[in-house]
Design a protein around this ligand. Structure first.
Ligand code: ADP
Ligand code: MG
Length: 105
């Protein structure tokens, strides 16, 4: 098996002492499509926010490697620069823009 393009290993994240993610590991190999499934509150969004730097390095335990290289994202800008793009489920609409402008946004 080739090296995964993405490896999240031993990811744990708590909010005020309440664990949202406990030792989660995911490998993604080139060309694969994955679905992460779970009930509301299972931690799907939190895992993606860890991946994308919304929760910066140091605010969670575990490691992330891209193409075998450890990464330490401090922001969404960092993860986007590395080629990670998140389409968030929760839409942030602007009440001051038209529907068309919101869709474009
Ligand atoms: N910013 C936050 N502050 C406190 N608790 C949070 C926060 N974000 C998520 N949680 C909690 O973490 C758990 C996982 O949430 P989440 O990742 O949004 O789940 P999912 O996306 O699978 O529905 C839930 O118990 C949720 O209430
Ligand atoms: Mg979610």
């Amino acid at each position: 098996m080739t090296e995964p393009i993405l490896r999240m290993s031993g990811i744990s994240k708590s909010f005020n002492g309440v664990p949202a993610l406990a030792d989660v590991s995911v490998d993604v190999h080139r060309g694969e499509v994955h679905a992460i499934c779970g009930e509301n509150g299972a931690g799907k969004s939190t895992l993606m926010k860890v991946l994308s730097g919304v929760y910066p390095v140091g605010s969670f335990d575990g490691t992330i490697t891209l193409e075998g290289q450890p990464v330490a994202f401090r922001s969404i800008n960092d993860s986007e620069a590395a080629g990670i793009v998140i389409i968030h489920q929760e839409l942030a609409l602007s009440p001051y823009l038209s529907i068309a402008e919101n869709i474009f946004l």
